[in-house]
Design a protein. Structure first.
Ligand code: HEM
Length: 521
């Protein structure tokens, strides 16, 4: 018989063979896709990026090094190929959503439109939601947003202006967070939660939501862990509930209460977003989940765009001067219709502010507020790339967003520079040219490509962000009003803010500014 040493040696050999076999199988599946060696056999490469908070930049770096389709984990490919990214989400694409979308499900009884992986139900949900989100059936959208901008202005005027007698500074990132939460609750429920009017993080909501983001990020990397916390028996302890006093649960409770009041068969639906959802057949239960999703999807994203556009403008004196000149000229030329009843710059007026709109677009390009890979999944039969390589069925293919928005091929040699003028120049050149779709190097094609590359920050095709219209509407009006009314400068130019990636979003803090009121222009 074998002695104990021999048995141990055999066991070690068997174990080593099992590990080697596992590594081989793992590598073999996507062997024709280059990438960091460690990524072929484990998720360690992604884990390192998450730990260092550099994953979005690491992805760009590997796409530059290995080509447009790079393997970043045993079953993950990432691409900076804009055409492929658009094709994966197009209406007729055979790709579907990968399981990472299930990670954003917060109500364990029901998927919302962002977590739904069943294509039929996803389409059905979008059909019920689209009109409400588009603003067409929401006659109160502008007035609702104006009301919150008014609260913001009054708060700044009364508490945060820097004057000769009161040398006060403002931590803008915090106020901006309160503002976007109030706007989105106003838009979603027809009544703002009231963060701004109390100038307070009610029940520590923002704090808890911020703390949760890194946890969600890890759950996204380790899908098994994520499935575990949703198991019956465990989920009651780990998942948010409408009875919670803070965090997502608090918003679920608020949504439940408002929807209960609103979805009453004896009442005629209002002309707002919830009313539109009801008219298009969304059930009461679905409306509660969708309204909570709006808060999750629409606040952290829009607030980053608001803060970053302000940051880019106030730290570029030449750009800042041009923005204010444009605003002042519009004020002089249209004194009677630039402001709404609430003293906010009207949406119609913001359409005339070409330069400001270019600034917003350029900020979204430079610092996309949401940059997770948002992996789609190949159909069971796989996909064949134009170069003949086969991506096997069930492979996750993610977007390398920084590789697209900072692409020199699309945006030119100065792709890393904040230059709003690029949009105005490109649009003008495109408008001077006859339409010729066959010419891919034409000014028209170049402008279209730039637009597609930046629009992809909102996703595309059948998965495109439903809140894009609302977000852009809010950004245009808020920035135009703030920059017309105030001079805003950074208190600490060597570190104007702290901005940290978490779960594919950016979290900012310590954005201290000095706000002074501008005279009549
Ligand atoms: C600058 C602000 C925003 C950015 C950058 C952004 C970005 C995105 C992205 C990247 C997606 C996913 C696309 C995909 O799955 O491929 C998405 C989906 C979504 N967003 Fe936004 N978003 C923003 C603002 C908003 C706002 C304000 C709302 C709500 C009013 C909102 C509601 C949604 C919803 C409901 C979805 C799910 C769409 C679906 O699954 O079909 N977003 N957004």
């Amino acid at each position: 018989m074998f002695d104990s040493h021999t048995i141990t040696a055999i066991l070690v050999l068997l174990l080593a063979a099992r590990v080697a076999y596992g590594a081989f199988v793992s590598w073999y599946r996507l062997r024709h896709f280059p990438g960091p060696l460690i990524a072929a056999i484990s998720k360690l490469w992604i884990v390192r990026g998450v730990l260092n908070k550099t994953l979005h930049l690491d992805l760009k770096r590997v796409c530059e090094k290995y080509g447009s389709f790079v393997r970043v984990s045993p079953n993950d490919i990432v691409t900076d190929n804009l055409d492929h990214v658009l094709a994966m989400s197009s209406v007729r694409s055979p790709y579907g959503r990968s399981e990472i979308y299930s990670n954003v499900k917060f109500d364990f009884e029901m998927d919302h439109v962002f977590s739904e992986r069943n294509e039929g139900r996803h389409q059905e949900l979008r059909r019920k939601l689209a009109a409400g989100y588009s603003g067409k059936e929401n006659t109160q959208l502008e007035a609702g947003i104006d009301g919150q901008i008014r609260v913001l202005l009054d708060l700044i005027d009364s508490k945060y202006l820097y004057t000769e007698s009161q040398r006060r500074t403002l931590e803008f990132s915090r106020l901006a967070q309160f503002f976007t939460l109030d706007v989105i609750t106003e838009v979603a429920f027809g009544q703002a939660f009231g963060f701004l009017s109390r100038d307070e993080d009610i029940n520590g909501y923002c704090h808890v939501a911020e703390q949760a983001l890194p946890i969600f990020e890890w759950l996204g990397v380790f899908g098994t862990l994520n499935r575990m916390i949703r198991l019956p028996g465990i989920r009651n302890l780990t998942m948010p509930r409408p009875t919670d006093k803070t965090g997502v649960g608090m918003m679920m409770g608020y949504a439940k209460k408002v929807v209960e009041e609103r979805f009453d068969s004896t009442k005629v639906p209002r002309e707002d977003m919830l009313g539109s959802f009801e008219r298009h057949g969304l059930s009461k239960r679905e409306a509660q989940t969708e309204a909570t999703l709006q808060i999750m999807a629409g606040s952290d994203t829009t607030v980053t765009a608001l803060r970053s556009t302000l940051l880019f403008i106030m730290t570029n004196p030449i750009i800042y001067a041009k923005v204010q000149q444009e605003l002042d000229a519009d004020y002089r030329d249209h004194p009677n219709d630039i402001l709404t009843e609430q003293g906010v710059i009207s949406d119609a007026a913001t359409q005339r502010l070409t330069y400001l709109r270019a600034c917003i677009r350029e900020s979204i390009r430079m610092l996309p507020p949401a940059f997770a890979m948002l992996q789609k999944q190949t159909p069971p039969e796989g996909d064949v790339l134009p170069d003949g390589r086969v991506i096997p069925g069930g492979t996750r293919v993610g977007t390398c967003l920084y590789g697209i928005v900072r692409s020199k091929a699309i945006y030119g040699e100065d792709a890393d520079v904040y230059r709003p003028e690029r949009w105005i120049e490109a649009e003008k050149a495109a408008s001077l040219e006859p339409d010729d779709r066959s010419n891919s190097s034409s000014a028209k094609a170049k402008f279209r490509r730039m637009t597609q590359g930046t629009d992809v920050v909102f996703g595309s095709g059948r998965y495109q962000c439903l809140g894009k219209t609302v977000a852009m509407f809010e950004l245009r009006k808020t920035l135009a009003t703030l920059l017309h009314r105030y001079d805003i400068v950074s208190v600490n130019p060597s570190q104007p803010w702290v901005s940290v990636p978490a779960n594919g979003l950016l979290l900012q803090s310590d954005m201290w500014v000095k706000v002074t009121k501008r005279g009549a222009k």
